[in-house]
Design a binder for this molecule. Structure first.
Ligand SMILES: *[C@@H]1O[C@H](CO)[C@@H](O)[C@H](O)[C@H]1NC(C)=O
Ligand SMILES: *[C@@H]1O[C@H](CO)[C@@H](O)[C@H](O)[C@H]1NC(C)=O
Ligand SMILES: *[C@@H]1O[C@H](CO)[C@@H](O)[C@H](O)[C@H]1NC(C)=O
Ligand SMILES: *[C@@H]1O[C@H](CO)[C@@H](O)[C@H](O)[C@H]1NC(C)=O
Ligand SMILES: [Zn+2]
Length: 360
C-alpha cells in the first residue's frame, strides 16, 4: 500500500517535472555561455535521432573541439549542402544565438511545411553555433574581456599580444588589404594563410566536399549588412549580379518582418575593404552563394545587443537566410517546375492566348 502510494507520488512529481521542463525548454532569447551551448547541441542530437548529428571537425588553439550540427532527412541519395557558421568573432554574441534559433526553427518547420521537408531531403545543413570557441569563452570571463574578437593563440616571438582575427586568416588574397601584421591589432591576420587551427578546420572540412555546398553563410554583428564577395576592391565575383539580386531579395524579406533596413553590397562598397575572409575563401572555392550577415544593430548597442532584441533580430535574419537558401534549392532542384512552366508557356504562345506581341 505504502509503496504504491509512494510510487504514485513519484510518478505524479516526475510528470509535473517533465511538464515544467517541457514548458520552459531552452531559452533561445538569452545569451548562453559555451557549456550551455554544448549541452544544447547534445540535446538537439538526442531529441532528433537520425536527423541531427554532431560532427567534431577540428580543435581550437586551446584544444577544445570545434563542432557543428549536421541536420537533414536521410533519403539514401546524394545530397547538396548548406553551410552556416556563427561566432567566428568572439564578442558578436547575437551570432551564436542566431545559429541556435535557426536550428530550432528548421527542426520545427519541416514537420509541417512540405517545402522545408523537401529542402531537408535534398540538402544537409551544416551549422557551427560557435566557431571561435576559445574566444567566445574568454568574452564571457568578465566585463574586461567582453569585447574580445580574435582567437586565443599567442602572437609571434617578440610580440606579447594574443589572438589572430580568424576572419582575416583564410587563403583569399591573404594579407593584402584591410589587415594588420601587428599582432596586437584587432585585425591581425596571422603569420600566414590558415595559420590558425580554427580557420584550418573550416578549410579542411569544406574543402574536402566543396562541390556539395550551394551556400556559405557566415554570421556576424553588427551593422545590418549583407556582404557579398569580394572584400578586395580589385576583384569581382563572376556571379556578382546574382549575388546582389539574391541579397537584395533577402534584405526585402528581412524588412518585411520588423521593418529593419539591411544594406547589401561588397565589403569595400558598403563597409571597408578586407582580405582573408571566410566568405571570400568560400566563393573562391566555387561555392556560388557566399554571404556575410552583419546582424543588428546599427551601432546603438553594437556588440552588446540587449537580450530583448534577440527574438526580433533572429526572426528577421531567419527570413533573410531562408530566402537565400530557398533560392539555392529552387535553382538546383526545381528545374522540373521551370521546365513545366516553360512548356505551358510554349503551348499558350502556340495557341495565341497570351498577347505575346506586347510581352516580347
Ligand atoms: C563591470 O563590472 C563592475 C563590477 O562588477 C561593474 O560595476 C561595472 O558596471 C561593469 N562594467 C560594465 C561595462 O559592465
Ligand atoms: C588594385 O589595382 C590597382 C591598379 O592595378 C593597383 O594600383 C592597386 O594597388 C590594387 N589594389 C590592391 C589593394 O592591390
Ligand atoms: C542603419 O544605418 C544605415 C547607414 O547609415 C542606414 O542606411 C540605415 O537606414 C540604418 N538602419 C536603421 C534601421 O536605422
Ligand atoms: C522558390 O520556388 C517557389 C515555388 O516555385 C517560389 O514560390 C519561391 O518564390 C521561390 N523562392 C525563391 C527565393 O526563389
Ligand atoms: Zn565579425
Amino acid at each position: 500500500m505504502l509503496s504504491s502510494v509512494g510510487l504514485s507520488l513519484v510518478l505524479l512529481l516526475s510528470a509535473v517535472g517533465a511538464a515544467i521542463v517541457q514548458r520552459v525548454g531552452y531559452d533561445y532569447y538569452r545569451y548562453h555561455p559555451m557549456p550551455e551551448i554544448t549541452n544544447w547541441m547534445t540535446q538537439m542530437e538526442k531529441e532528433n535521432p537520425g536527423v541531427v548529428s554532431i560532427v567534431n571537425y577540428g580543435k581550437t588553439y586551446e584544444g577544445r573541439a570545434i563542432s557543428l550540427l549536421k541536420i537533414g532527412l536521410n533519403t539514401g541519395g546524394k545530397k547538396k549542402a548548406i553551410w552556416m557558421d556563427c561566432g567566428i568573432h568572439a564578442r558578436e554574441w547575437i551570432a551564436p544565438a542566431f545559429c541556435q534559433y535557426f536550428v530550432s526553427q528548421i527542426l520545427q518547420t519541416y514537420k509541417k511545411d512540405p517545402q522545408m521537408e523537401k529542402m531537408m531531403k535534398d540538402m544537409d545543413f551544416y551549422v557551427t553555433p560557435v566557431l571561435n570557441v576559445d574566444g567566445y569563452i574568454y568574452s564571457w570571463k568578465d566585463n574586461t574581456t567582453r569585447l574580445w574578437r580574435k582567437n586565443m593563440s599567442p602572437g609571434p616571438p617578440g610580440c606579447s599580444c594574443y589572438g589572430t582575427d580568424l576572419n582575416r586568416n583564410f587563403d583569399a588574397n591573404w594579407g593584402t588589404i584591410g589587415v594588420s601584421f601587428n599582432c596586437c591589432s584587432l585585425i591581425y591576420c596571422g603569420s600566414k594563410a590558415e595559420s590558425e587551427p580554427e580557420a584550418q578546420a573550416v578549410a579542411d572540412f569544406l574543402g574536402s566536399r566543396k562541390d556539395d555546398f550551394l551556400c556559405f553563410l557566415t554570421i556576424h554583428s553588427y551593422g545590418q549588412l549583407l556582404l557579398v564577395p569580394y572584400g578586395h576592391p580589385n576583384f569581382t565575383a563572376s556571379n556578382y549580379d546574382e549575388l546582389m539580386e539574391v541579397g537584395l531579395g533577402a534584405a526585402e524579406a528581412i524588412k518585411k518582418i520588423h521593418g529593419m533596413h539591411y544594406t547589401v553590397g561588397t565589403s569595400p562598397d558598403v563597409l571597408y575593404p578586407n582580405s582573408g575572409s571566410s566568405r571570400d575563401w568560400a566563393r573562391m572555392q566555387g561555392i556560388p552563394l557566399s554571404y556575410t550577415f552583419e546582424l543588428r544593430d546599427n551601432g546603438t548597442f553594437g556588440f552588446k545587443l540587449p537580450e530583448d532584441q534577440i527574438k526580433p533580430a533572429c526572426e528577421e535574419a531567419y527570413s533573410g537566410a531562408l530566402h537565400i537558401i530557398t533560392y539555392a534549392h529552387n535553382k538546383t532542384f526545381n528545374g522540373a517546375v521551370v521546365t513545366a512552366a516553360a512548356t505551358l508557356w510554349t503551348v499558350l504562345l502556340a495557341v495565341g492566348v497570351t498577347g505575346a506581341n506586347q510581352l516580347q
